[in-house]
Design a protein around this ligand. Structure first.
Ligand code: HEM
Length: 477
């Protein structure tokens, strides 16, 4: 099983009959350039009228390949530039061949809203791995949904802080790192490993073979998951027999126990849930942290502003509390802005329609595949003031005027997706990122070599830097 399969947030495909549901876009933007009227029913156009490349480009499989080198200037890695080009040519909705199907690309927040808010019963997924057997995993899905919410995200806060401190101590010794993503992979593996297995994996211990290394190799990765699941199961069963389980759980809330206690799930199924979480939780958060720290390094004025906020809110306190985090609006704005500048999911948020739907004036039939082109919207000056700049201020509650126009288009930026199948790890990831960023910026001034002016990315499920990121960590006095 590939790590892509484990990490991808778009597991397999299932088919069920669903009700017909019709709606059309209702968002009203106040910015004159983007106000759009809902079409009268007589004006609704058929799917065949959705614009897009035609002729050879619409031949299954071959059509998609013709958009790339050597036929055009775009490499596969530059698909987002190609899509932005297409938007300029065809407008906010266009379709292109994706294998043998059509993929409809959505470039306007109104239409993104219509699609994300539509009614989905089964949430078919667009799979990147044809060997996927979702039916197997569907049985455990309810477990995942039950886990959605604040409680389990809070489970690991105290230990999270402990190993964030270890991570910071390591950085104090190192002073600079040549591969920031690798360091952060260790941090996020430790973090999500603690969530999944209730124990430290030792990723941050000097001189030890890092489980993060193990995690990038799929076979060993599954070994870690199944061994730890079995260990955890045995441990909890022993506590239960000894009558000590309740006491243990009160002191040490346990994520895996909530799955084991569910009774509907076998150990294999729990391994499957946990491997999803473990896989999805490593690359996603590590890359997001890399880009956040890189943006702060590239924008020292914003870093100074964040440091001021941290000093004001946290001061000399050794412990970060949730009250501290609640007050740090600039920190949250920095993360949101960093995710806007570099959208974490390379392909954007994807959906398959389960019933007919009018989107942007077109009648889209059931089973239409949509890609919300978040990256293109993020750089669109109809929705963002000076979109190429890192401006966390645009997200602050008190900011008004043109700079804040992004707040009128919440559906342009959904880095964790939306609705019942939105990211299950959002709160956990945000906590992890906020704690790490606060501790790092509190302790260090971060910078990159002076010749680095921007971050280039490469196309993976989770957007990742195309080159190793070197970062200096200069301890603050
Ligand atoms: C910054 C970090 C992360 C980002 C940006 C991110 C983003 C996403 C996105 C965009 C989706 C698809 C949502 C949709 O289609 O509406 C998703 C799904 C998912 N994410 Fe995350 N994620 C992150 C961290 C995590 C973590 C830490 C975990 C686990 C601990 C996790 C577990 C999952 C799972 C299991 C799904 C599939 C949910 C389902 O299909 O019901 N993610 N994520």
């Amino acid at each position: 099983m590939s790590l892509v399969r484990l990490c991808r947030p778009y597991p397999g495909l299932i088919n069920k009959d669903v009700k017909v549901f019709n709606t059309w876009s209702s968002h009203r933007a106040s910015t004159s350039t983007v106000v759009r009227d809902d079409p009268a029913p007589s004006e609704i156009k058929p799917f065949s009228a959705v614009p897009g490349p035609k002729g050879l480009y619409s031949v299954p499989y071959i059509g998609a390949a013709l958009h790339f080198k050597p036929f055009t200037k775009f490499s596969a890695n530059e698909i987002n530039d190609l899509l932005t080009d297409m938007r300029k040519k065809y407008g906010d909705i266009f379709k292109m061949k994706f294998g043998k199907e059509n993929m409809v690309y959505i470039n306007h927040p109104d239409d993104a809203k219509t699609i994300l808010q539509a009614h989905y019963e089964v949430h078919k997924r667009i799979s990147f791995d044809l060997s996927e057997t979702w039916a197997e995993r569907e049985k455990v899905n309810k477990g995942l949904v039950l886990l959605n919410g604040k409680e389990w995200a809070d489970l690991r806060k105290p230990t999270q802080e402990k190993f964030t401190n270890d991570f910071v101590d390591n950085l104090k010794k190192k002073k600079q790192v040549d591969d920031l993503l690798w360091e952060l992979n260790n941090y996020t593996t430790e973090s999500v490993g603690m969530l999944c297995f209730n124990k430290r994996l030792g990723c941050l211990d000097a001189g030890k073979d890092s489980p993060a290394e193990v995690a990038v190799e799929a076979r060993k990765f599954m070994e870690v998951v199944s061994t730890e699941t079995a260990n955890q199961n045995a441990f909890l069963t022993k506590l239960k027999k000894e009558g000590k389980l309740q006491e243990y759980l009160e002191k040490e809330p346990n994520f895996m126990y909530s799955l084991l206690a569910d009774g509907r799930l076998s150990e294999d199924q729990i391994s499957s849930v946990v491997s999803d979480l473990f896989g999805a939780g490593i690359d996603s958060t590590a890359n997001t942290l890399v880009f956040l720290l890189a943006q702060l390094a590239l924008n020292p004025d914003k870093q100074a502003k964040l440091h001021d906020e941290i000093q004001q809110v946290v001061g000399d306190s050794q412990h970060l509390t949730k009250e501290h985090l609640a007050k740090m609006s600039y920190l949250k704005a920095c993360l949101k802005e960093s995710q806007r500048k570099i959208f974490p999911i390379s392909f954007g948020v994807l959906r398959i329609l389960e019933s007919d739907l009018v989107v942007g004036g077109y009648q889209m039939p059931k089973n239409t595949m949509f890609a919300i082109n978040n990256r293109s919207m993020a750089m669109d000056d109809r929705f963002y003031y000076r979109p190429t700049e890192f401006l966390p201020e645009r997200w602050l509650r008190e900011t008004t005027g043109e700079i804040a126009k992004s707040k009128e288009f919440p559906f342009a930026h959904k880095p964790f997706g939306f609705g019942p199948r939105a990211c299950i790890g959002q709160r956990f990831a945000e906590n992890e990122i906020f704690i790490a960023a606060t501790k790092i910026v509190k302790n260090f001034s971060v910078s990159m070599p002076p010749d680095v002016k921007d971050i280039k990315t490469t196309l993976k499920i989770f957007t990742t830097p195309s080159e190793k990121i070197k970062m200096n960590f200069v301890e603050r006095q």
